[in-house]
Design a protein around this ligand. Structure first.
Ligand SMILES: [Fe+2]
Ligand SMILES: [Fe+2]
Length: 259
């Protein structure tokens, strides 16, 4: 199956016109598409099915408990398939069955281990301020983000442990699954735990792991030890980011991946 991958288009401020990639069988939107949700309209009547996983900025200035069902209703009305702690198996043009396992995943701040968690949560204060989201009427602070993140991880771990008859498994998260996905501009610092999780132990459950959130591109292979469920996992981010910061330089909006 040929997949077009886009994320972090930030259409709430960015002037960018997404276009269908020739030959793609599916479009994956890995979050931070438009904090106002208006631009999701652009993916209605897309020539191939569209899977959407929410990014953190889809919740900007919103109450989480209300935003989730509202965002799902918005996607439903546009014919976009939103997945959150859900999986979906689709048949490719070549007859292979591809299983998509998806969750925003949030960040649990354990990227550098539990001993560094507090420091990482303190460093997240800035992002909390930008988002101004609430959960149950209270600020969606790093402790609450961690709770959501752990629930996502539990679901993902169980989903990947279940036997499947699909020919390939694709995981989609908004947050990065490994320190290897860190933005090289910021590197190994506490703030990076707001962007990636140490989900390296889950990677072997996927043939392909797609993510966004880091405003940079990644495409790397992780080899697994003998006895793992598969020998290698490909991790890809095709985030666009903000043009005025130079993040969109070199971004290929027509990028297609084969799985
Ligand atoms: Fe983003
Ligand atoms: Fe994000």
């Amino acid at each position: 199956m040929r997949l077009q991958l886009l994320s972090d288009l930030h259409l709430e401020t960015e002037a960018y016109a997404p276009r269908p990639a020739p030959g793609a069988e599916l479009l994956v939107l890995a979050g931070d598409i438009d904090s106002r949700w208006d631009a999701l309209e652009r993916f209605a009547r897309w020539p191939v099915p569209v899977i959407f996983v929410a990014g953190n900025h889809e919740f900007d200035r919103r109450e989480l408990r209300e935003a989730w069902p509202a965002l799902r209703a918005r996607c439903d009305s546009l014919g976009i398939t939103m997945l959150e702690c859900e999986e979906l198996t689709l048949k490719a043009a070549d007859g292979r069955r591809i299983r998509f396992v998806a969750t925003t995943r949030w960040c649990d701040f354990d990227l550098f281990g539990p001993a560094e968690r507090e420091r990482c949560q303190r460093a997240a204060g800035y992002f909390v301020k930008i988002m101004r989201s609430t959960r149950d009427g209270r600020v969606f602070d790093p402790a609450a983000v961690r709770e959501e993140a752990l629930a996502c991880r539990d679901w993902l771990k169980q989903a990947l442990a279940r036997p499947t008859d699909a020919d390939a498994t694709v995981v989609i998260t908004h947050y990065g699954p490994s320190l290897r996905s860190v933005d090289p501009r910021y590197g190994h610092q506490p703030g990076s735990a707001s962007f990636c999780n140490a989900d390296d132990d889950l990677l072997a459950g996927a043939d392909l792991w797609l993510h966004g959130h880091l405003h940079c591109r990644h495409d790397y292979l992780v080899r697994h030890p003998a006895g793992s469920s598969r020998p290698v996992t490909r991790v890809v981010s095709n985030a666009r980011g903000h043009a005025h910061k130079g993040e969109a330089d070199g971004h290929d909006g027509l990028l297609c991946l084969k799985v």
